[in-house]
Write a protein that binds this ligand. Structure first.
Ligand code: PLP
Length: 345
């Protein structure tokens, strides 16, 4: 095997969904956008359907088709970007539910797919997607007469429990939606963890299912093993990689592993990341290049045939921190060259 192996633990993803579900008294959906945060939307969605999930969210209509194929006809698949120009056929054929986020989208939807289910996305201060309060006030009565299936909004700072924005958005959302008799959803993973007043009728966790922060108790769902392509011995003073960025201070044994920034291991990780040979840490040395990374394995008793980058000793969030990013970006960057191996499900 010449590519790395990304092992995805579907049982862990199902366990994370069930554990989050158990924290609320309401329906728990599953967010599987961006190909299930890079782990495979079809496999993840089918697994979560088996675990009891009935509603799925993706970012765009095209992603919804892949999820529909995996979960069959009797699940709700909702589209965060709503009803975009040209989406009508796909929405109808795949039975997808757009979360309409502007007056234009409301008009487009009611004109092109008048009987087709939809939800409404409201902006409560994040200013990214959703109808603003004044627009909503202007059309709410007409829109409600068409029976939306969900009113939703999104929290901007839910990963910071003490941030005043959380209570502010909760208050705005409540005022915009109270007493309308339509199911409501405000919380993603972070909001779900804030407590029951944020749960409304449906929560929409994504990252927590995949083992990422802010759900610190999540089971890890991903392991990444990279094969060693070559091993060599250096004398003190020799250098490694582009720019001569690392110099051996002692006689060193260097392993070259088969992955690089083209596989989502950002160049920013250069000199800042540790690999593992079972329980022994081995520092990466020199610059991360497109397809290769060099690792100092001098202190190992035996030559490794592979090294682990994400696993028991190092979760996605630790790696993300080393790269100066967040687990979400790390996960969704993990490349297409890895062989994906699924456990359980
Ligand atoms: C991505 C997203 C989610 C899921 O967020 P997590 O932080 O991954 O749980 C929920 N709702 C909306 C609108 C999103 O864009």
């Amino acid at each position: 095997m010449s590519t790395g192996t990304l092992t995805i633990d579907l049982d862990a993803i199902a366990a994370n969904w069930a554990a989050l579900d158990a924290r609320t008294a309401v329906e728990t959906a599953a967010v599987v956008k961006a190909n299930g945060y890079g782990l495979g939307a079809g496999r993840v969605a089918a697994t979560l359907k088996g675990a009891g999930a009935r509603s799925f969210f993706v970012a765009m209509a095209e992603e919804g088709a892949a999820v529909r194929a995996a979960v069959g006809p009797d699940a709700d698949i909702c589209i965060f970007s709503g009803h975009m120009q040209g989406d009508a056929d796909l929405l109808r054929e795949e039975g997808l539910i757009p979360m309409l986020n502007s007056l234009d989208q409301v008009t487009r939807h009611l004109e092109t797919l008048p009987e087709h289910p939809f939800g409404v996305q409201l902006d409560t201060g994040m200013n990214r997607l959703g109808m603003e309060w004044a627009d909503w006030a202007a059309v709410a009565e007409d829109v409600l007469a068409q029976n939306p299936v969900l009113l939703m909004s999104h929290l901007a700072c839910a990963d910071e429990p003490d941030h005043p924005m959380n209570a502010y958005q909760l208050d705005v959302f409540t005022q915009m939606t109270e007493g309308l008799g339509v199911p409501r959803s405000l919380a993603a993973t972070g909001g779900l963890l804030l407590g029951p007043e944020y749960h409304f009728d449906l929560t929409r966790p994504g990252i927590g299912l995949y083992g990422g922060l802010p759900y610190a108790q999540a089971r890890a769902a991903v392991r990444l093993d990279l094969p060693v392509v070559q091993l060599r011995d250096l004398v003190a003073g020799e250098v490694v990689g582009y720019g001569n960025a690392w110099q051996a201070q002692r006689p060193s044994r260097i392993a070259t592993v088969a992955a690089g920034y083209a596989d989502g291991l950002m160049r920013a990780l250069s000199d800042r990341v540790t690999f593992w040979a079972e329980d022994r840490p081995c520092p990466a040395v020199g610059r991360v290049s497109m397809d290769l990374i060099c690792v100092d394995v001098t202190d190992l008793a035996e030559d490794p045939d592979h090294l682990t980058l994400i696993g028991r000793h190092q979760r996605v969030d630790r790696l993300a921190e080393a790269a100066g990013t967040i687990g979400y970006e790390m996960l969704t960057s993990l490349g297409h060259r890895y062989a994906r191996r699924y456990l359980g499900g």
